[in-house]
Design a binder for this molecule. Sequence first.
Ligand code: SF4
Ligand code: ZN
Length: 728
Amino acid sequence: MSKIIASAAIRGAHNLAKEAEEIYNKAVKAKGADCEVSFPNTGYFIPIIYSMTGIAVEKLSDFDEVFVIIKGLLPDFVDDEMWLPYLGPTLDAGMATLFAEEIIEACKYLVGPNPVDDFWLGAADDVIMRERGIQFVDGTAPGFAAIVGAAPDVETAVAIGRKLQERSLYVFMAASDKGTSFAEQLAEGGVQLGWETRLVPFGRGITSAIYALGFASRAALSFGGVQPGDYLRNLLYNKNRVFAFVMALGEVTDEWYATAAGAINYGFPTIADSDIPEILPTGVCTYEHVVSNIPHDKIVEKCIEVRGLKIKVSEIAIPVAYSPAFEGERIRKEDMHCEFGGNRTPAFEWFNTLDSSQVEDGRIEVIGPDVDTVEPGGQLPLGIVVEGTGRKMQSDFEPVLERQVHTLINEAQGVWHMGQRDINWARISKDAFKAGFRIEHFGHILHAMYHEKYSNIIDKVEVKLYTEEEQVVKLRDKVRAVYAERDKRLAGMTDETVDTFYSCTLCQSFAPDHVCVITPERSGLCGAYSWLDGKAAYEITPTGANQPIVKGAVIDGTLGQWEKVNEFISSTTQGKIAQMSAYSMITDPMTSCGCFECISAILPSTGGIMIVNREFTEMTPCGMKFSTLAGTVGGGNQTPGFIGHSRFYIGSKKFISAEGGIQRIVWMPAALKESMREVLIERAKEAGLNGEEFLDKIADETKAISEEEVLEFISGAGHPALEMDEMF
Ligand code: SF4
Ligand code: ZN
């Protein structure tokens, strides 16, 4: 163990602790010790402090306790001559550093400079956290790179940034070197920053690195079911499941060392381009802890190797890069060469199954003019017809595969896609066009990726791309009839008409006791898996996270309990969950991981329930915001009175049908109500109510914020829940 590193890290930790005290005193003086302090819209308080110590900081004076811990952790100064045989004191200094840095950043929200401005993003709220966290769960994001400092020049920064994006990693950026920062260099190089492109500028100071580590801590609490204060499990969780590392670019200051020491606690190693002392032997991290002197053209590979990441890069014959990290790229009108659909030109996409003899694998045909015939900023019609065949292919899988067109095309750099069916919309950027991207490349992408991802069900793929208006319109009419036919079939499918449900245990990698049971009338709680998706996924990967569950004998038809379903749940949760009801939020409700689109919670005095969706960040009548409520519901537990669920489930005939269904809804955010209007009216009519009137009886945030106000509102409105039996 290098004494030089130890002394630098310890010096840095002391400096930051002092800085924390100064800004804290300033904040107390300006705002008072009782002033509320928080990062915006999170249920995890000040997350590193909360997750490691269990202290839920709500007001400034709550930091007093944390300062005591920091003092306890801070080792005495060591001089460079002293030999330190263990990492221990360095690690302690690192943890003290992270606490101090969180105090600094939290106080900045009160007394400035505000961590958020036009460029820097500051703390991620819980909506982003869960939305992005799920990508770590399902593997679309293998991990994150925390970059501190700046590259020697803009080109190097762009090259490193692109390489990380191509490997689908998130890039969290903090600190600066020689007056600039990696994030600013990327921006100067014309690279789009933000959560969508996985390039996240947290802040200009080293202290903003805690937003990256706070993200990791919250992942452990939210997806891993780790209890606040259980620092050991939190750190182990991160070491084993969150593949992250620190890339230090430029002069490593004492404060950087101290922060790097904090990251080592999580098992996140530091890889530096400068000549700093290394910490090679293993101990906390999987391999080396600090590796230095790495040239810029090798640094990404080195980071991946040191952290022990496994990454698959798809090679497709297109002139632009391809990776999930490009999925969130936007292409503005000024930057686009050509667009298709989006109500500007006729367009559609269709996955069609044909007989094997009718499909020539790899054949890509462009029928009509190509993008080099249009002026920059121009438009073309586009009909995408994918013809697939395979021994295990079923027509049921067509909609599932067709929806993939969106993701697959979007992952190409400089290509943007939205919507599906005949409401699709795509753009090719000027840069992509210059690089040589043409219409046929849509076909190359689809051909390569359908083979790559769906080799189990698809044997041959051929793609036809139509760009001639008359032909596109004609084909679109034909395809619309196919869409209508599909919808009719899907609408007729109920839980009773199938004998098999599908499980999803994808989230078990983060929430070990959670299983989604997906039925035709209840989709996975993240909203991403319908019953058909589950069925297709099982055919594609028979040993994967989606397994068929033959229902078996009915135990209770009202609650939605079946013999084999219970057996399945019990065996996949090691007996922790013995039974589960598909249609009840009171008796043996389904567990929740953390990815739910909505939460339903009972409001006891009203006889009804409230539903809140993830996008609604204000206070709700149960006295908690979505983020706090999510902490109560999630983690793979059964919590009677509370369930996480998809939006789709609200409109299902089986929505808490054991408790009386949608007639129990007494409160929901106005925007959610509006977006579900049609289907809610339909359900209400089936229940013998006047649909429109019923909707008006449901309170929203403009009518009521507390449970008392909800009761008052629905009493005035004569809401049917008032007449129903008690829920418990
Ligand atoms: Fe996770 Fe359930 Fe969605 Fe599967 S369906 S990814 S288990 S939330
Ligand atoms: Zn989940």
